[in-house]
Every structure is written in C-alpha cells, then in structure tokens.
Design a protein around this ligand. Structure first.
Ligand SMILES: C[S@@+](CC[C@H](N)C(=O)[O-])C[C@H]1O[C@@H](n2cnc3c(N)ncnc32)[C@H](O)[C@@H]1O
Length: 333
C-alpha cells in the first residue's frame, strides 16, 4: 500500500504483480494456443495503451465518450439526486481510467458539500497514479482510496466492505467487453455485494447505425489500430517476444445479429513468433486472426431483462438526444 497524501492512497489488490505480470504470460500462452487465437482486451492498458486510449476518446469518430459526457454534463444534478447522494456514501468507479467523465460528478458533489469518498478501481496502476495526482491538484480535499484491481477482485472488495453505503459506477460501456454470459455473471455477483440502499449507474452503448459504430473502432487516423497493435508491442517488451508489428493489421467488424463489435489483429503473412518468457513459438498462417476485443452493444429491453434476472430494477434511464448511449440507474430489489 502506498500513501500518496493525507487524503489519497493506493491499495494494490493485484495478487501476482511483484513476481509476475498480472497474468499476461498465462493469457498469452492460453490465447495463442487455441483456435481461433485470442488475446484479452484487459491487457491493452499499459502506460502507452492508456495514452492511446486518451487519444481515441478525442477522435471525431469515437462517439461513446462524447455522448456519455453529454449525458453526465447535462443531467448530472438529476443523476446525483436519483442516487441519493445527500446521504453519506462511497463512490466506487469500476475501470475508472482517467475518470474524465466521473470528474463531472465529483466536481458537482464537492461543490454541493456531499459527504462521500471516492474509490476508483482500475487494473492499470499507471492510470491510477496519474488519476491520484490529478485529483490531488483538482480536488485536494476529496478523500480518495484507489484500488489497483481486476473487476472481480473489486466485487470481492465491495462484498467485504458493506458497512458504508455504496454508489457504484461502471461507465464507458466497459460492460460491453464481456460476453453476455460474463456480463450477467458480473451483474449477479455485483448484486450480491450490494445492499438495498446502494445504487449502481451502468453506462451502455446502445445499438445504432452499424457504419457509425464501425468507424468508432477503425478510425481514419489509425489510432485504434495503434492501440490494438500496442498489445503485441507490450508482449514483445514484457515477455521478450519478437512480433513484427508491420506484419499484422488491425480489423474491426460489427455483427448485427449478436450486436457485437469485434476487433482483430490479422497476420499478413505466414510467420512464426517466439515468446522467450514462456519458451514457446507460435505459427501464424497468412490472414489468420487474433481476436482482441468484443464491444457488445445493448438494447434497453435486454438490459432491463438481464438486470432483473440478477435482482436489480431499473430506476431511471438517462440518454443523450440521439439515444445512442444510456446511463441506466439500477437499484437492488
Ligand atoms: C474504456 S476505459 C474507460 C474508462 C472510464 N471509465 C470511461 O468511461 O471513460 C477502460 C478502463 O478499464 C480498465 N480495465 C480494463 N479491463 C479491466 C479489468 N478487467 N479490471 C479492471 N479494470 C479494467 C482499463 O485499464 C481502463 O482504464
């Protein structure tokens, strides 16, 4: 545990970080041994990946951040009122990143002298350290307890810390990176860690024109491509591999039947890649794909059903004027 100031501290719940690599080696070993090949999107966010994601959020094509920012900016008072933020609580932000949008709520809460502390959770401690630094300057009196943890470790932490009322945020359509069964498992596990007076605000990208969605995941300037390729660079760096990044290409497509945007890295040639840290060489055929990310797009009916099956009711739905994105306020029943 690192104490960063009187008001802020970072607690590390990632179990293997000193001796290991947070599971990167195991994920790479498993993912590249299977067919089709796969790498987990949770390893996108090293320092460089987090920086690239900041750039993605600024892209004209990346509507997700803009729409959710618009919802939180325009409706923040109603949202906070609906979450009962006039009684003391802990604000837990799952996958907080740089908390670009959460800061709208934090500023409003601080201005209204709400009695709360902020608990950002992220798998990237680089990201958390930057966030702590920023909050220390921006809102110096705000008590912050950052958790370096994987989502499900965060749910365990919630389970063990039920004494204070919780308002949980899961913004940015991060839930869309799970497949539907994982998403339901996540919601049901979260529900078990919450009490009836707690609240859960879930940010969701809604189904819309497939072309608009595809452009957001394959932008003209190539930033999402660099973001995906950075995963191979990270494996080269952390697991001493010899991926030639020029011989892989990024590709994204939307499946309207499943409502999933899928991202891939595709090998342009027949090639072999050696990964020293796991003592393995993997063969790639020309145009063979590595699946790197799913971004699931929801309908509101589906969310209501899934939440209901896990013991939540929909209290409010906050959307932007185009109904492209929704922040859904769920309450335990
Ligand atoms: C798409 S960003 C969203 C950030 C922010 N919540 C927003 O809405 O703009 C996803 C964040 O979740 C974190 N993340 C990804 N997978 C995670 C996991 N399995 N457990 C915890 N954090 C994770 C990443 O490090 C990254 O900062």
């Amino acid at each position: 545990m690192t104490l960063t100031s009187t008001h802020t501290r970072l607690i590390d719940l990632l179990p293997t970080r000193v001796s290991d690599d947070n599971g990167l080696a195991q994920d790479v070993m498993q993912g590249l041994s299977q067919s089709p090949k796969k790498l987990s999107s949770r390893f996108f966010y090293d320092a460089k990946g987090s920086q690239l994601f900041q750039q993605i959020m600024q892209l004209p094509e990346y509507y997700l951040t803009k729409l959710e920012h618009q919802i939180l900016e325009k409706q923040r008072k109603e949202i906070l009122f609906a979450m009962d933020t006039h009684t003391p609580f802990q604000l837990v932000d799952l996958g907080a990143g740089d908390a670009y949008k959460t800061k709208l709520l934090l500023a409003e809460l601080v201005a209204s002298k709400a009695d709360f502390s902020y608990v950002p959770l992220d798998i990237s401690d680089d990201q958390l350290n930057l966030l702590l630094e920023d909050l220390h300057h921006r809102l110096p009196k705000l008590p912050v307890q950052a958790l370096a943890a994987e989502y499900f470790q965060g749910l365990e932490w919630l389970n063990q810390n039920q004494r204070q009322r919780k308002v949980v945020l899961f913004l940015g359509s991060n839930i869309g990176n799970f497949d539907l069964e994982e998403a339901r498992n996540f919601l049901c596990t979260l529900r078990q860690s919450l009490n009836p007076e707690d609240a859960f605000l879930l940010g969701l990208d809604l189904r819309k024109d497939p072309e608009k969605m595809r452009r957001a995941y394959a932008d003209a300037a190539g930033v999402t491509s660099a973001f995906n390729l950075n995963l191979l660079h990270r494996i080269n760096k952390e697991l001493q591999a010899d991926f030639d990044l020029d011989q892989f290409q990024h590709f994204a497509e939307y499946d309207p039947l499943e409502g999933t945007m899928r991202s891939f890295l595709i090998s342009k040639i027949n090639q072999k890649v050696h990964i020293e840290a796991i003592g393995q060489t993997f063969s790639f055929e020309a145009w063979e794909a590595i699946h790197t990310e799913n971004s699931y797009k929801f309908s509101l009916r589906q969310v209501e059903e899934m939440a209901g099956a896990c013991g939540f009711r929909v209290q409010d739905v906050f959307t932007d004027p185009s109904h492209g994105f929704a922040d859904v306020l769920l309450r335990p029943v």
